[in-house]
Design a protein around this ligand. Structure first.
Ligand SMILES: Cc1cc2nc3c(=O)[nH]c(=O)nc-3n(C[C@H](O)[C@H](O)[C@H](O)COP(=O)(O)OP(=O)(O)OC[C@H]3O[C@@H](n4cnc5c(N)ncnc54)[C@H](O)[C@@H]3O)c2cc1C
Length: 446
């Protein structure tokens, strides 16, 4: 069994199949330096800590731990297959271009007679199985969601009783710092339980970054320390808040299904119309955005939270993404790469899907409606400025109502709050209304 982003023993179809169909099984994890180098500090620490937690859980349950190998899976998996004289490699499929190419190469590297049994344990429904009445994957979310909700779940069986065999390990799970979140399945289930206690209020609380109103389970779903089906079953749909949360899992499936059906989405807009958009060449603006020094407090708070913790609230992700693309007219692919590197839940299909949605270049696109006004968003979703003042402490002395647009305050009042624009905090780097016009021209929106 080759574990990748399915780091759990329960509700894991590939692990169940391996331990049911075989007498002995090697539980392999490959430390692939290409992935680790790309991951950024938060994701790398979280991944390695999750692998260590899986190893511990496996030892507790079976007395034997993971076989850890460092290297390129194209060589490592074939080596382990030979050492173990294995007849089959079990895995849960992944959807990104990198993963698809890697798995194809690994399959080709195996000797004749050794098969790969690829299951789907990372999504609620496997790609290709959620089809609307015309037999196609919908490019619009709501029809996809209806079909998704009506699609029956394939049963996933419980783990079997195969003996776990361990081979010599290479590589180390040591990291350069603590993971952002407590690792492993037990911690994921604790987070799930904590969320269930306020899941009924999800619809009312989910949009406010200063409120702990969401589940914080995206990194668990990304690494598979939690199965999306377990989450769906535990939360259930008994109240509107819970049903709204389950619908978010449909978004997650949708973006993964879309990437399988349209692999070019990773790099290209879905709509032909936006292929020739001329993006601004603005390294200074990009740097200000990354550092949280745009002069728009909500944008800056989000970007600083990301840099410091590897996390950002969904509402703020939408605001900063809209700001990069629409206010700065910077190519969404640059923002996508920055997010993917820093986010602890950074995941190609989810990140690309959401960036294309924010840019208005992807499926279900409506670019005009998603030009978010960063000041109005701030007033609406961080009304008393709690989130902003936490991440942009130099604005901490401002009255709450003024924190969203400090440039509107008279200089004397700013000075009384210890703020000097252009010194302690930047002036806005663009005028939102001019930028909006520039974006609409670039995107040829009438
Ligand atoms: C520009 C941008 C980039 C993003 N990049 C990522 C990413 O790399 N990885 C990632 O997992 N999510 C990404 N998201 C989606 C979303 O922001 C996070 O999934 C969510 O904030 C995680 O917090 P939570 O677990 O508390 O979510 P909850 O609100 O509790 O939602 C429950 C689960 O539903 C799923 N979900 C929620 N919102 C979305 C969404 N918009 N799209 C798809 N699935 C969703 C997630 O798996 C989440 O854990 C991105 C959103 C934007 C706007």
């Amino acid at each position: 069994m080759w574990f990748r982003r399915d780091l759990r023993l329960d509700d894991n179809p590939a692990w169940s199949a391996a331990t049911t169909e075989c007498a002995q099984v090697v539980a392999l994890f490959v430390l692939d330096v290409r992935l680790l180098d790309d991951a950024g500090p938060f994701r790398r620490r979280q991944l390695l800590a999750n692998v260590a937690a899986l190893d511990e859980e496996l030892r507790e349950r079976t007395g034997t731990g993971l076989t850890l190998r460092q290297g390129n899976p194209t060589e490592v998996v074939a080596e382990v297959v030979a050492e173990a004289t294995a007849g089959m490699v079990y895995l849960n499929a992944d959807v990104s271009g990198f993963a698809t190419r890697r798995d194809r190469a690994v399959t080709a590297s195996l000797p004749d007679g050794v098969g790969v049994r690829s299951l789907h344990g990372t999504l609620v429904h496997p790609p290709g199985t959620v089809l609307t009445k015309n037999g196609a994957l919908s490019k619009v979310f709501t029809p996809f969601w209806r079909a998704w909700a009506a699609t029956p779940l394939d049963p996933w069986s419980a783990p079997g009783s195969a003996e776990v065999v361990s081979l010599a390990s290479t590589g180390s799970l040591a990291t350069d710092g603590e993971p952002p979140m407590a690792p492993g399945t037990a911690a994921a289930l604790t987070r799930l339980e904590a969320f269930v206690a306020h899941a009924d209020r999800y619809g009312d609380e989910r949009d406010f970054p200063a409120v702990a109103g969401t589940s914080m389970l995206s990194a668990d779903l990304k690494y598979g320390t939690l199965s999306p089906r377990t989450a769906l079953e535990v939360v259930g749909e008994s109240t509107p808040g819970r049903a709204a949360w389950c619908r978010q899992l449909a978004w997650r499936d949708w973006y993964a299904h879309l990437l399988v059906a349209h692999p070019s989405l990773e790099r290209e807009p879905m709509s032909e119309r936006y292929r020739d958009v001329v993006w601004a060449d603005d390294p200074g603006g990009f740097e200000a955005w990354k550092q949280g020094r745009t002069g728009y407090p909500l944008v800056d708070a989000g970007m600083r939270e990301l840099a410091a913790t590897g996390w950002m609230h969904n509402r703020v992700r939408m605001v900063v993404a809209s700001f990069l693309v629409k206010d700065l007219l910077i190519d969404w692919r640059l923002g996508e790469a920055h997010f993917r590197r820093l986010l602890v839940d950074g995941d190609t299909s989810q990140n690309v899907g959401n960036w294309q949605w924010s840019a208005g270049t992807g499926p279900d696109a409506a670019p005009y409606h998603r030009i978010m006004n960063p000041v109005l968003q701030s007033r609406k979703f961080d009304t008393d400025g709690t989130y902003i003042k936490h991440w942009v402490p130099e604005l901490g002395g401002l009255p709450s109502a003024a924190v969203h647009a400090p440039w509107d305050l008279p200089p004397l009042e700013l000075a009384a709050a210890g703020v000097t624009l252009g010194e302690s905090y930047p002036w806005p780097i663009v005028d939102h209304f001019e930028a909006r016009q520039r974006f609409m021209t670039a995107f040829r929106i009438e």
